[in-house]
Design a protein. Sequence first.
Length: 288
Amino acid sequence: MASIDLHFHSTASDGGLPPEEVILRAAARDATLLALTDHDCTAGLAVARATALAAGVDFLDGVEVSVTWNSRHTVHIVGLGIDPDNEVLSAGLKSIRDGRVERARLMGASLEKAGIKGAFEGAMLLAANPEMIGRTHFARHLVQSGEVKDVKTVFRKYLTTGKPGFVAHEWATLEDAVAWIRAAGGMAVIAHPGRYDMGRTLIERLLTDFKAAGGEGLEVVSGSHSLDDMLRFAIVAQKHELYASAGSDFHAPGEGARDVGTTAELPPICRPVWAALSARIHRAAANV
Ligand code: AMP
Ligand code: MN
Ligand code: MN
Ligand code: MN
């Protein structure tokens, strides 16, 4: 295991722990380099960075940008080593956050038609940052209200294409997301490629568009990847000359496969993103 985790969430988006708690949880598992990557939001970074540095852990400022690619595919782009105060990035992220509350109302209305009342209000109560209301908050509400047994089952029965509670949404373009990340001094990385509902040809097209836009990295190790995914995308990264990243995609204790703070080792053919991002790393005093 490597003591590096460059993809996880806090209550600033749809994580279950506040920024300081998720960082301390990772530090307790001997992490040496962390990046908090909340969806479409940088509000947790200042506290997360300060907590990491005080705990002797190096830190990269991060974000996970929601993108709509090729008209209908939702793709997530992680930005690593960003400057959270950059105005181009801040304005871009705000533009995609703005549609979330209205989308959530429509999700609530769609669930109501399926016989589930009060889901919008219930989900909002679980969103520490209401402008970042999303599907995870609905999923947690449906579990906590006893409607569905676990979060995984919620996504199978609801909230996904064709199911009650699903509302199609237009996120950022791939080109904009990569441009915002680069404007803020960061590296753009395709998140969890193994999770997209795309065959090899579409993935190749996505990679071609991503590289043309200035993207440089691919998540090879991810909490949502199988061993097969990891090996396959290690080879894809090598072929396309992309840096390889590693992240748990941790959201909350008891949710998902991986805890925060450590990840599987990258296969040796990979060129790690952290080597290329050395100048962007905030170093803890003990590690300078
Ligand atoms: P949103 O940005 O509101 O569409 O929510 C997307 C989030 O929903 C992802 O970042 C995950 O946290 C969560 N999610 C999506 N699909 C699943 C799934 N099949 N199981 C568990 N969580 C999921
Ligand atoms: Mn999420
Ligand atoms: Mn994601
Ligand atoms: Mn994520």
